[in-house]
Design a protein around this ligand. Structure first.
Ligand SMILES: [Zn+2]
Length: 85
């Protein structure tokens, strides 16, 4: 992004895995073998690059935008709900 305007905007974007343990119902817990799933997950993570793993769970990007880049950035965003308060 190249620009020469004075007004700047900062886009602080955090993309994180939307896995929420609290959303598991008791039915889920009884039907699924959570322990086995955790072990499978840990097994899959073995030998992976730590930085790469972190990026997979949470990726942060800070963008410095001028007004026209800001507009481009916002219009290129996929539709989503409002940010949580
Ligand atoms: Zn710009």
């Amino acid at each position: 992004m190249t620009c020469a305007e004075d007004v700047r905007y900062v886009a602080d974007v955090t993309v994180f895995a939307a896995y929420d343990v609290m959303e598991l119902t008791s039915e889920d817990l009884s039907k699924r073998d959570i322990r086995a799933e955790i072990e499978r997950t840990l097994e899959a993570l073995k030998g992976r690059d730590e930085k790469e793993l972190e990026e997979e769970i949470i990726a942060r990007r800070r963008l410095d935008l001028c007004p026209s880049c800001r507009r481009k950035f916002l219009t290129s965003m996929p539709e989503g709900g409002p940010a949580p308060a």
